[in-house]
Design a protein around this ligand. Sequence first.
Ligand code: HEC
Ligand code: HEC
Length: 402
Amino acid sequence: MNWRLSDILVLSLALVVGGNAAIAQGHQSLVVARADPARSSYVWSLPKGFPKPRVFKKNRLSEAKVELGRHLFYDLRMSINQTVACASCHQPARAFSDGRATAIGATGEVHPRNSMSLTNVVYNATFNWANPILTKLHVQALVPIFGEFPVELGWSDHEMEILDRFRHDALYQKLFAAAYPGATDPFNVARVAKAIAAFESTLISGNSPFDQATFQGNREAMSEAARRGQELFFSERMECFHCHGGFNFSQSVNHSGTTLPQAEFHNNGLYNIGGKGDYPLDNRGLWEFTQQSTDMGRFRAPTLRNIELTAPYMHDGSIATLEEVIEHYARGGRLIREGPLAGDGALNPFKSELMPARFSLTDQEKQDVIEFLKSLTDWQFLCDPRFSDPSGNFAQHARCYQ
Ligand code: HEC
Ligand code: HEC
């Protein structure tokens, strides 16, 4: 496999960082009393119908670690120039996405891809749009922290400077000590990444009208239109469920009890440059890791939960609305008539066999499918105070304050 340079960088850092942390943890277990809250196992309160998340052995959850992670996630001091936090690109008001087509890092560099929603990330088999080797949240966090192509938070060569901001802050001294009891100097990048990953793991959404109707016996929670849309979504005519199926509306899941994690990637016919199946140079999906032609344009099918709030859509934000998403699938792929990206995505030779053949919907049916997708919006999740910014810089959705 040929890996992207930035991924090799991040992975080798992960090895170094993971190694140190393992040594530090071994030391900790000698000094920490068993009843310590930071060591006790985290108690999940899961929505009905949801499996138990897997346990990352190198990052056991505790309330204290989650709380530290929550503070760090929203803290602008996490970026080199103190302008951007994880939450800048993963805003709570937008189900932890950012509303841009493609992301912009702390120093203004443009990311080739769209910021992903963090809804139910703990269940993903792999992370990022098309990265088969990122399978742990605390390793994923090192990508925005250290990434240089493009710079997101900009920690490379500034690690000590950034850690010192927290080391000299009275609140963080308490938070780190509680999250990592017994460590003589708890401030290191592995622990930052692990605390943030712990917080992200708790971002679980499973109380949308769809869930209330499906798992909680309250059929009326969904409108008539949404129920009609549900039939269509799960029909052989539209075929959406083949790739966006299961409790998380994504086939690519991994959780406690999964024997074979499904790390799936599909080409859904967005491009077909020059009729040869090509995707734009900076966004070729799985191909960037394998260089196999059949992997051209293959990306992970993301969850559709809270999709109403995460426009624009697709790995490069190239589809603006849900209506256009449905038109894209109805055509069996996207036609770009002119310009450097011209080509008919419906004829892409690497398009997934699971993609629907052309289908047509009446206006009413199209609206019904959109109503169904909107029934996946979970206001309890979006307004949950446990997921909010402790310092109040990043607001939750306006609806949460009404
Ligand atoms: C500059 C904007 C930006 C910042 C800052 C940022 N992210 Fe992201 N995030 C993205 C983009 C873009 C992607 C998709 C990356 C890709 O596919 O290559 C992403 C993907 C992710 C994913 C993968 C989600 C999934 O479903 O696979 C996670 C998790 C994540 N980010 C967490 C974080 C954390 C934690 C931080 C802070 C340490 C952070 N991000 C900072 C833009 C950002
Ligand atoms: C062959 C598998 C497959 C099928 C079938 C499929 N999708 Fe997708 N879907 C994907 C993949 C892969 C992506 C991401 C593609 C990309 O960004 O290049 C995606 C992206 C999306 C997105 C955007 C998600 C986001 O966060 O930006 C929506 C919305 C969506 N699909 C809805 C649907 C609907 C509705 C149907 C049924 C008409 C459907 N999909 C059928 C694989 C599939």
